[in-house]
Ligand binder design. Structure first.
Ligand code: NI
Length: 165
């Protein structure tokens, strides 16, 4: 397993839309293992392939306190069951280190995805998992949580990160 480099905002590769995974092979499994190791290494709860510069629709998530419940989602799709139900959560991101903003997201959703063997699954997430799923789906679509806040705030965060480099 290898720890991969996480791209930081405003890296342009974070804006690339990921393409569908068509082959569920050994290479995909290695990628998922590397992504989990990379996420655990920096104590994250989610990581999308886009963040390590790989433009495939795959993300890893683990919101368990013991960090022993990895969830790998391939070609994920969200179905919003009730658009009127939204929840706010203070989101952060491994690609936007040190910044947190309250983001409102649809809370009543269904997630349809494939596992690493290409078997289609469906879950009805709740609580924190719902927020992480939205956040990782954004990454796969070339979006970041800072796209949900004002232009002014986003520019401020961008300038601070660029200065830190
Ligand atoms: Ni993120």
């Amino acid at each position: 397993m290898t720890i991969r480099k996480i791209l930081k905002f405003p890296h342009q590769d974070l804006r690339v839309k990921a393409s569908q995974v068509k082959e569920f092979n050994e290479e995909l499994k290695v990628l998922a293992e590397d992504m989990l190791e990379t996420m655990y290494d920096v104590k994250g709860i989610g990581l999308a392939a886009t963040q390590i510069g790989i433009h495939k629709q795959i993300a890893v998530i683990d919101i368990s306190p013991e960090k022993n419940e990895p969830l790998v989602i391939v070609n994920p799709k969200i179905e919003i069951l009730d658009a009127s139900i939204k929840e706010e959560y203070e989101e952060g991101c491994l690609s936007v280190p040190g910044f947190f903003e309250k983001i409102s997201r649809p809370a009543d959703i269904k997630l349809i995805y494939s596992d690493l063997d290409g078997v289609q699954k469906e879950i009805k997430p709740e609580g924190l998992l719902t927020k992480v799923i939205h956040h990782e789906m954004d990454h796969l679509n070339g979006k970041l949580f800072v796209d949900h806040i004002s232009e002014l705030k986003r520019r401020r965060i961008r300038n601070k990160i660029v200065k830190q480099k």
